[in-house]
Design a protein. Structure first.
Length: 186
C-alpha cells in the first residue's frame, strides 16, 4: 500500500466512516492541532531531562491518538468502536501535577517561557495544547464533542506547565519570571 492516495488533491480528506470534508474544516483543524501537539510531546519525550518520564509522555501521546480518533470520527458515529478516553486519564494528569507541585518551589510570579531549550520546547507544547483546546471548543460549538476530550486537553496544558517547572527545577536553572514595567500613575 502506498502512502499517497491522491484523494486529498482536491483539498478534502475523509473522516473515520468515510465522510469527506474540506481540509480547512473546523473538525480537521481540531484533530490536526492535536496531531501537532503529539509531535511536540514526542520532542519533549526525547529530551534527556525527561528520561525518567519517557513512559509517562508516551502514555500522553497514546491518549492524544485516542483524542484524535474521536475527533476524526463523524458526529454520532456508532458503527465503529473507538479507543477509550477515561476520567482516569484526566485524574492521572492531576496526580502527576500534584507530585511536581510537591517538588518544585512555590510559584510566586508569572513564568516566562525559556531558560533552557527543553523548557522552551515544553512551553511550545503547552501553547499548542491550548490552541488544540480552543479548536476543539470551537468544534463543540458546532457539533457534538465528548466533554472529556475538552477536559483532557485542559488538564494536559496545565500538566505541561508543571512539567516545564519540573524541568527547570531538575536542570537547576532559574525560572524566568515576568516583571511588569509600570511607568505611569493612576
Amino acid at each position: 500500500m502506498k502512502i499517497y492516495t491522491k484523494t486529498g488533491d482536491n483539498g478534502t480528506t475523509s473522516l473515520i466512516g468515510g465522510t469527506r470534508l474540506s481540509k480547512s474544516h473546523v473538525r480537521i483543524d481540531a484533530y490536526g492541532t492535536v496531531d501537532e501537539l503529539n509531535s511536540y510531546i514526542g520532542l519533549l519525550r526525547d529530551q534527556p531531562v525527561n528520561e525518567l518520564r519517557r513512559d509517562l509522555l508516551k502514555e500522553i501521546q497514546d491518549r492524544l491518538f485516542t483524542v484524535g480518533s474521536h475527533l476524526a470520527s463523524e458526529s454520532g458515529q456508532t458503527k465503529r468502536i473507538l479507543p477509550d478516553l477515561l476520567e482516569t486519564d484526566v485524574t492521572f494528569l492531576e496526580t502527576e501535577m500534584d507530585k511536581i507541585d510537591a517538588q518544585v518551589p512555590k510559584l510566586r510570579a508569572f513564568v516566562l517561557p525559556g531558560g533552557h531549550p527543553s523548557v522552551s520546547f515544553g512551553h511550545v507544547a503547552r501553547t499548542v495544547c491550548r490552541r488544540a483546546e480552543r479548536s476543539v471548543i470551537n468544534l463543540a460549538q458546532q457539533e457534538e464533542v465528548e466533554e472529556i476530550v475538552i477536559r483532557y486537553l485542559n488538564r494536559l496544558s496545565d500538566y505541561l506547565f508543571m512539567l516545564c517547572r519540573a524541568m527547570t527545577y531538575e536542570l537547576e536553572i532559574e525560572e524566568v519570571t515576568w516583571h511588569p514595567r509600570v511607568t505611569g500613575e493612576k
